[in-house]
Every structure is written in C-alpha cells, then in structure tokens.
Design a protein around this ligand. Structure first.
Ligand code: PLP
Length: 455
C-alpha cells in the first residue's frame, strides 16, 4: 500500500498542476491520495480514515458511496450514456430533474438551464442577463454588483464576480463591469463600536450610493451567496438580505442567489434565500445537486427572464449558448435520485438538527484564546483564529495558524479547510450526533495543538 501510495504520489508530482495549490510546495510535499469513501469518511492509500469535515468541497450531501446514486448512474449509462439538448432534442433525466427543481425551489422560479459547474453556471447567468437586457432594448444595463470575499467561480466572467484577490491576481480579472461592495461580515468589517444593525444600515446605504452613482439604468443584477462560504464562512448581518432585495426591486435590478453551496438544505432550510427570507429572480445551484457524484449545475430562473430571452431567440433564430454536456443524462439522472434521497431521508431536517448541535458544540470552543469568532448557520461553520483575541489582531502572515490547524486536522483524522486563518466545516448532511461530537472533539484537539505550535 505504501509503495503504491509513493509511486502514485511521485506520478502526481511529476505530471499535475493542482487547483488551489502552491505548485512548488506540492513538488516537495506531495499529495494526500484519497482512495475510497464511505458515509462521512474517506480513506487514503495507507488505509487511514478521515471524517470529511468539508464533505469534499462543501458538496457530498448524501455521503460517500451511496449505492442508489451508483445504481442510478449505472442504469442511465446502460440506457443512454450521452445525449444533448441542442436543436429541440431532449431526454427524460434532464426533463424530470428540471421538473423536480421547479417543484423544490421557491415559487417564481420556473425555468431551468443546465451546465456542468458552478462557474459555468455563473458565466451563463452573466450572459443570460446581458442577452435579456439587449432584448429589452436597454443595452446600457449590464453591470453587476457583487461583494468582496464573495465566491462565484473562476471562469472569466464568474471569476470577475468573485471578490477574492487570489482569483484576480495575475489572471487580469475582473474583465466584466462589476462593483464589489463591502463584505457583509460584522466581526471583520464592522467599525469600532458599530452595532450589527448599524452595520447593515451602512452596507445598504453603500449599495444604494453605488447604484445612484453608477446610475440604476446601468446596473443589471446583484449576485450574492446567501451565506458567504468559500471566502471564509460569513453569515449576513440581520436585515441585510431584506434590504438588498428592496433595493433591487426599487431600481429594477435582478437578484441572483448563488446557492451553489447553500442550496438543498445546507443551512437547515431548503435554500439559503428561504433561510434569510428573500426571493431571487435567478438561483444558481450545483455541488449538492448531485452530491458531487457527477459534475452538474442548474440555473433556475423566473418566467419573466425566460420570456425576454425566448422572444429574442425567436428574433435571432436560435439561442446561441449551450454546452456539449448541458443536462448530461447521467449527471441529471444522478441529480434526480440524489434529490429524492435528500427528501426521503429528511436530510434538510437532519442538517437543521445536527447543524444546531454542531454550532452549539463549536461555540463552546469559542472561549479558547486562539478563537476570535465562531460563526455559521446549519451545517456550515467557521472558526476564525486570531493572534490576539481582545484586539482581533490576525496572524502575520495571515493563514499561518490556519494552515497548521489544517495539517494537524489530517493527523487527527479530520479533513477541514482553512480559508486564511478561518477553519471551515461543512460535513455531509447525513452526519449523526456521534459524528458531530467526534468532529467537535477533534476540533478541540486541533485548537490545543495549534495553540502549542503558535506559542
Ligand atoms: N458559486 C459558489 C457559491 C461556490 O461556492 C462555487 C464553488 O465553490 C462556485 C460558484 C463555483 O463552482 P465550481 O467550482 O463548480 O465551478
């Protein structure tokens, strides 16, 4: 086993460029090669078992090796492994999944377009919105509002919407017209002595000021994650989404809820927009849509958006957009079965119950001298490590302690993700009370060992 692992590791080092990895460091350190998964666990090539505290990439909702998904993929592979949906073609899995999505998502979202990833989906959103506004005879209405630290993907348009330095730096992004508003994270971006309500009011005033300055007739859409996840697990301050929704309505700006992580129960509610009480015109889903067993994303949008686009396709003669794998039959068949499992096993209810237990357990760790803030909702949580708890002073360099905690996590058999010095958790939605207690226990040990290292 070790020999296999070593030769695999060597092959990886000499062939691959890894996403989100320091390539030179990887050449020295090598990969952790994961071989199989079972429930909430994954196993490396030495047989070591880890709790997947981030469900892969915030995505394996039903856990690893779910036989029903394997069976759904197998059945569809045998019946029709591939077909497309260009030029009036269709197949049953994508039709059924579109129906299911319209049934599950909030009222007013009645049309579906499939892509293979969240990034492609957000690029498609940009194009849909531009196409729509050209069709409506308002070609100047093209700008997007997004937030610093927001994450919407890495393709050229979605990467422009993302508000994280690493995704822009040396990629010459952003390239589309986008204004990044202040990240709605009170702990880090609230002013000294500013209450959460005052912070919300300031953010909404800023948004309105930007809209007025740029001219509402130039702003097409506002995009946001209901709870910002990949940028560091930041739930919105009270009243934020209601206020943003009101501004969008007032200025005829489309509201896009990027539910790639929050969708299908992560926060203990069906969708993030339901959790925070707003109604988007466009919703983007992926990850948990298939529990990441297959690459798939779905944009679900209003009939109003659809109508403008549909009229224009009639004028032009076609809709000049679509991917070879849009609505791929195996991916959509797996997605449909996955959503059925989420419903039949009440995984959204489980996420609410286990999420409450996890948040409570982690908040008990909040007294630790290394922990600046414990935050999150449902089954998504973040622990921000700080050099000085009283002043919130971050580590220098930022990420030093987070990276150490991440490595210690591996030794302790818990896979987490460090976003700078924030330790992120988002376990599979099938977690049990025992799993949660084990995760919280391991987080406690990770904190102790990280504190020893820092000292
Ligand atoms: N949107 C959000 C909110 C995400 O979290 C992600 C990925 O983490 C994306 C979009 C991009 O998805 P993908 O990695 O499938 O391109």
């Amino acid at each position: 086993m070790t020999k296999l692992s070593n030769s695999l590791a060597q092959a990886d080092i000499s062939t691959a460029l890894h996403p989100y990895t320091n390539a030179r460091r990887h050449e020295e350190k090598g990969p952790l090669v994961i071989e199989r998964g079972e429930g909430v666990h994954v196993f490396d090539t030495t047989g070591k078992r880890y709790i997947e505290g981030l469900a892969g990439l915030w995505s394996v909702g039903v856990g690893f090796s779910e036989p029903r998904l394997v069976e759904a993929a197998h059945r569809q592979m045998q019946a029709l492994p591939y077909y497309h949906s260009f030029a009036h073609k269709a197949h049953e899995p994508s039709i059924r999944l579109a129906e299911k999505l319209i049934e599950m998502t909030p009222q007013g979202l009645d049309r579906v377009f499939f892509t293979s990833s969240g990034s492609e989906a957000n690029d498609t959103v940009v194009k849909l919105v531009w196409y729509m506004n050209n069709a409506l005879g308002r070609p100047e209405k093209k700008k997007f509002l997004a937030r610093t630290k927001g994450y919407h993907g890495i393709t050229v348009a979605s990467g422009s919407l993302t508000g994280l330095p690493y995704n822009h730096m040396d990629f010459d992004l952003p390239v589309i017209p986008v204004s990044h508003l202040t990240c709605p994270h009170h702990y880090r971006f609230g002013h000294e002595g500013e209450s959460e309500a005052e912070f919300t009011a300031r953010l909404l005033a800023e948004a309105e000021e930007v809209i007025e300055r740029e001219g509402p007739e130039t702003i097409a859409a506002f995009i946001g994650e209901p709870l910002m996840a990949a940028g560091g697990v930041m739930p919105p301050p009270e009243g934020y989404w209601k206020g943003i929704e009101a501004l969008c309505r007032k200025h005829d700006i489309l509201l896009v809820s990027d539910e790639v992580i929050c969708g299908f129960g992560r926060l203990g509610s069906s969708f993030g927009c339901v959790h925070y009480g707003f109604s988007p015109d466009i919703m983007v889903t992926s990850k948990q849509l298939t529990s990441s067993y297959m690459p798939l994303a779905a944009i679900v949008f209003s009939e109003k958006v659809y109508d403008a686009i549909a009229d224009n396709t009639a004028r032009i003669g076609t809709f000049g957009h679509g991917f070879t794998a849009s609505g791929h039959p195996v991916a959509t068949a797996v997605g449909l079965e996955n959503l059925r499992i989420i419903e039949e096993r009440d995984l959204i209810g489980n996420a609410a119950r286990m999420g409450a237990r996890m948040q409570e357990g982690l908040r008990r760790l909040g007294d630790h001298p290394l922990v600046g803030e414990v935050r999150g909702a449902g089954l998504i949580a973040g622990l921000e490590l700080v050099a000085d708890k009283a002043t919130k002073r971050p580590f220098d360099p930022v990420g030093k302690a987070g990276l150490m905690a991440f490595e210690i996590g591996h030794e302790e058999g818990l896979i987490i993700r460090n976003v700078g010095d924030t330790l992120a958790l988002c376990p599979p939605m099938i977690v049990t009370e025992d799993d949660i207690d084990e995760i919280v226990g391991k987080m406690g040990r990770i904190l102790e060992r990280t504190a020893d290292w820092v000292a």
